[in-house]
Design a protein around this ligand. Sequence first.
Ligand code: AMP
Length: 217
Amino acid sequence: MLRVILLGSPGVGKGTQAKMLSQHYLVPQISTGDMLREARKNKTDLGLQAEGYMVKGQLVPDAVVVGIVENRVGQRDCLGGFVLDGFPRTVAQATSLRTMLARRGEKIDVVVNLEVPDAVVIRRLSGRRVCKSCGANYHIEFSPPLHDERCDACGDEIMQRKDDGEEIVRERLRVYREQTHPLVKYYEQEGLLKRLDGSLETAVVWKGLQGILDKVV
Ligand code: AMP
């Protein structure tokens, strides 16, 4: 049983670590950002509702994301746990999460905060590229695809997320500091917080993360 939250500003590597965690500990990755992007791609009501906020780098309203997470954690594959990546992002979301889990006799086991200086985050986000089809992640400087602008996994085109443009990145970091950073204190007070230096190489961060999680499972 492993119910984990990965915290940290945009670009700290939450998604990358959450993917490895999900494969290693066999728990689903719940990424609200991925779910919202999928909804936008499919032009569902949820997608249309979220779009205006996402293109500006602002948060989608709490009630909307809480609804999709509540739905997702209630599915069968979450019975053995899950890793939350990009949720909660406000104290209100965190208290809703606590309530929805408590109703089912569940709770979060551990919260890991990935810490990376802003300058590194900006460099990471501005170089980040994703595959149009399969969502694989690349970085033009640190982990480029083998063939120009094509995904190693599926061969489709890679592109920059619209919200990874410099202006919007700055707004996302501002929103993070204002609305999400207070969660570090919140989970510290709950006695659930562990800190990890996220500026190190992916493999080193992963080792540190495993060190924390192996003590929990
Ligand atoms: P991410 O991929 O996690 O950086 O999320 C991309 C965008 O989706 C964010 O900038 C928000 O607009 C929206 N989003 C994702 N997760 C949340 C959340 N928990 N609360 C509010 N908005 C969110």
